[in-house]
Design a protein around this ligand. Structure first.
Ligand SMILES: Cc1cc2nc3c(=O)[nH]c(=O)nc-3n(C[C@H](O)[C@H](O)[C@H](O)COP(=O)(O)OP(=O)(O)OC[C@H]3O[C@@H](n4cnc5c(N)ncnc54)[C@H](O)[C@@H]3O)c2cc1C
Length: 451
């Protein structure tokens, strides 16, 4: 790889880190501005303990509203969120922030009900019932709170009871009902916002951008892409290791600006699969076709084999930052286990011919290693070094006979980007080994196949 290419990649990586920091800073700033505007409009009541708790309740509502917006934005598939942190990190953040946002909203509800009750001489229960008299929007806000409680409880139960993804996801959609029902009370009841002043505009712009991004990128874009590209299944090829490769054809696919290592959310419009949308990485560098390779692991992925050529396809994406664009260094180490080979194979295919590339494939046996023949052929074409680690588990991420060691694989550790994709525990082990071997943290890229 030339010095110019290294420089361009370093600048791209730096720009991405700016985007990520900028996004996070924008969230903090929005919360700070929201509270400042509340104080500016006389929202700081501090004469009695009741005033303090009332003020706290309002401030919590503002922070919770900003977190809810963040949640909707993180799940909106908006390109700037994608560029900044990538879909998997966005979803990981969404998962972490979700419970905090809901708990803050519920605390807001409890404090506002309790303190308003004290001001108006009502008990907590009486004030809860009295909210409906303030207007339809307060009834809606209570319905929103109920929806958030259902989502919180079912999310905890789903993890514990291993509820199927589709069922959990259907209930999770209640969050959007909750947001839609909660927003009107912010404008119609909150005294800061009713005025139509700066605070009103502040929140109106934030909610418009948030909801607009969701509608544009999550709801309309898949329909636009389907119409524009006319995607259909071209071929379905089952492999002996149990995986299946699906090739999808369409018009003008270059406009998707997809890259090797990225993934799409795929909805195949066959009677068995139209109700499900699943993430699958590109298993070949995108060109005039898109290709995925799927391992049967559950209900949806097992039915991929039954797809018929000609089936229409809806996609969301391209998503993810597990691409050459994330690189800043000269050498490349690609490590895959099992079906984690899909993005690794496409990255190998799209690697610069001048790149110094090492590929490691970890599997129990040759027969259980998806796409191995293709990886071998590509490695040979590109003069990449290929290490096969076939065998039972050992104490490291390698096999019992061939211990995995990044230090032994990489000479120029400060000049190598490492891409890892495979089962989570295994991938974490490889990542820890890479960092212990001296690979800079920002040069270790890990793709997860589960959120
Ligand atoms: C970024 C990414 C890339 C992936 N690439 C590939 C690939 O190239 N090849 C491959 O075989 N598998 C890939 N997977 C895994 C694949 O998405 C799941 O195996 C598949 O969705 C399972 O669905 P199911 O109905 O068969 O099983 P289920 O039993 O319904 O689900 C099993 C688990 O898969 C996950 N899952 C299911 N549906 C979704 C969804 N819509 N969104 C997110 N997670 C979901 C959940 O963690 C769930 O617990 C990828 C996953 C991710 C997140």
């Amino acid at each position: 790889m030339t010095a110019t290419t290294t420089g361009v990649r370093a600048r791209t990586a730096a720009r991405r880190s700016w985007w990520a920091d900028g996004l996070e800073a924008a969230i903090w700033l929005a919360a700070a501005c929201g509270i400042a505007l509340m104080f500016a409009s006389g929202g700081l009541l501090a004469a009695t303990a009741t005033d303090w708790f009332y003020t706290l309740g309002r401030a919590l509502g503002i922070v919770a509203a900003v977190l809810m917006m963040t949640q909707v934005l993180l799940a909106s598939r908006a390109p700037w969120v994608e560029r900044a942190i990538g879909h998997d990190r966005a979803i990981a953040k969404h998962t972490r922030i979700g419970p905090v946002a809901i708990i803050l909203l519920l605390l807001h509800l409890v404090l506002m009900t309790w303190m308003t009750g004290i001001y108006d001489g009502r008990s907590f229960a009486e004030q809860s019932l009295a909210w409906a008299d303030y207007g339809w929007f307060m009834l809606f806000a209570q319905i929103a709170a109920a929806a958030f409680v259902v989502v919180l409880v079912t999310s905890v139960a789903a993890v514990r009871l291993r509820v199927p993804y589709e069922r959990w996801h259907a209930v999770h959609m209640l969050v959007y009902v909750g947001v839609a029902f909660a927003v009107p009370h912010q404008f119609l009841e909150g005294s800061t916002f009713r005025s139509g002043g700066l605070a009103w505009w502040f929140w109106a712009v934030l909610w418009t951008v948030t909801v607009g991004s969701f509608v544009a990128f999550r709801l309309l874009r898949p329909l636009v892409l389907m119409r524009r590209h006319g995607l259909t299944v071209e071929s379905v090829d089952p492999h002996t290791d149990g995986s299946t490769t699906v090739t999808v054809a369409g018009r003008d696919l270059a406009r998707l600006r997809a890259h090797a290592g990225q993934f799409f959310l795929w909805r195949f419009l066959s009677p068995e699969l139209r109700a499900q949308s699943h993430p699958y990485s590109l298993s070949a560098a995108p060109g005039d076709r898109l290709r995925i390779t799927v391992k049967a692991s559950g209900d949806g992925s097992s039915r991929i084999r039954t797809l018929e050529p000609g089936t229409r396809v809806m996609i969301e994406g391209p998503l993810g930052v597990f691409t050459h664009g994330a690189r800043a260094r000269g050498s490349l180490l690609l490590i895959a286990a099992g079906i984690g080979v899909t993005p690794i194979r496409s990255l190998l295919e799209e690697a610069d011919p001048e790149d110094d590339v090492t590929v490691v494939i970890r599997a129990r046996s040759r027969d259980e290693a998806p796409l191995l023949d293709e990886v071998e052929e590509l490695a040979q074409q590109r003069s990449a070094r290929l290490e096969l680690m076939l065998g039972a588990r050992g104490r490291t991420w390698g096999t019992s006979e061939q211990p995995g060691s990044i230090a032994a694989l990489v000479e120029r550790r400060d000049d190598t980007d490492v891409y890892i994709c495979g089962p989570r525990e295994w991938a974490l082990q490889v990542e820890a080994d890479a960092i212990a071997a001296g690979i800079p943290r920002d040069a270790v890229h890990r793709e997860e196949f589960g959120w």
